[in-house]
Design a protein around this ligand. Structure first.
Ligand SMILES: NC(=O)c1ccc[n+]([C@@H]2O[C@H](COP(=O)([O-])OP(=O)(O)OC[C@H]3O[C@@H](n4cnc5c(N)ncnc54)[C@H](OP(=O)(O)O)[C@@H]3O)[C@@H](O)[C@H]2O)c1
Length: 262
């Protein structure tokens, strides 16, 4: 029987101070196996609230910190929580860019968005990998769970760099899953549709988007069902509709490798 998140003993959720990450952290803590859940993010007050009101463990992490700081953070967490066997990476930011008004394009934000949404995620995964591979050698499953987006499959033009960062992360996740296929490290990609959160607050589009988004409770319930079932790609709502259209383009590497061998 393949392992699912129900087997996790200790889950780190990075980006758990609001939105999808917060709801998933709380839902994961309520799994029948009652795993230890560590909520992480930058906002200390919100972490404190998760600790005192909800009984979660917490860690302050800025995923945009440099590699040395991130390595110290990851090593510290593994030392403190040797049973850590799942990491959900829900940290993410989004900016709009209008290339018809090139003078308005803030290139620092382009780099910041790609770093938080892609480079930092790859960095974190690489830092956790020695620990997860060690668990695998001991016969223990572990779970790497990046959050991409339905926009990884079909970009939304007003957020071109965000869409590209999520497409990059999806592509990376598919390759990673293939590289790890003979280990007990599972890569599970979560692809949300438009969901109630704080992601769009800075852009001022929350009031408009809130007319269309999926409420967090509904989204969390559906995503937890996919995670518990053992799906490798957990897509909900419109993201699931688009993913099904891509099903013909199997993400298995067999085809590409066979083709490459010819
Ligand atoms: N909501 C949607 O419609 C939607 C759709 C598809 C995909 N997603 C993806 O789902 C994930 C969760 O987003 P959300 O919608 O729940 O947005 P959100 O409410 O804005 O939550 C984003 C989380 O990321 C954290 N974060 C941002 N920058 C960070 C940094 N430098 N270091 C550490 N944590 C950082 C924030 O915590 P702090 O500010 O405390 O650090 C917050 O907890 C993101 O990857 C997003 O791209 C969302």
């Amino acid at each position: 029987m393949s392992s699912t998140i129900d087997h996790a003993k200790c889950v780190l959720v990075i980006g758990a101070t609001s939105g999808i990450g917060r709801h998933l952290a709380l839902a994961l803590a309520n799994l029948p196996s009652r795993p230890t859940v560590i909520a992480a993010g930058r906002r200390v007050e919100r972490l404190k609230e998760l600790e005192t009101t909800n009984g979660l463990k917490t860690a302050q992490i800025d995923v945009a910190a440099d590699g040395k700081v991130l390595k110290e953070t990851v090593d510290g967490l593994i030392a403190q929580y040797p049973d850590l066997d799942a990491v959900v990476i829900a940290s993410g930011i989004q900016y709009q860019f209008d290339f018809l008004k090139p003078e308005t394009i803030n290139l620092d934000n382009v780099a910041r968005e790609f770093n938080v949404n892609y480079i930092a995620v790859v960095t974190l995964i690489s830092l956790f990998m020695p620990h997860f591979l060690k668990l695998s050698e001991q016969g223990r499953p572990s779970f790497v769970i990046p959050i991409t987006s339905g926009l990884a499959l079909m970009p939304f033009p007003t957020v071109p760099n965000y869409s590209a960062s999520k497409a990059a992360l999806r592509s990376f996740s598919i390759s990673l899953r293939d590289q790890l296929k003979d280990t007990k490290v599972k890569v599970i990609e979560i692809l949300p549709p438009l969901v109630e959160s704080e992601l769009h607050d800075e852009q001022g589009t929350t009031p408009m988007l809130s007319k269309f988004w999926m409420p967090l409770d509904e989204y969390t319930e559906k995503t937890m069902a996919g995670l518990r079932k053992g799906d490798e790609q957990v897509a909900v709502g419109t993201a699931d509709v688009v993913l099904k259209r891509f099903k013909g383009l199997d993400t298995s590497f067999q085809t590409a490798l066979t083709f490459g061998d010819k």
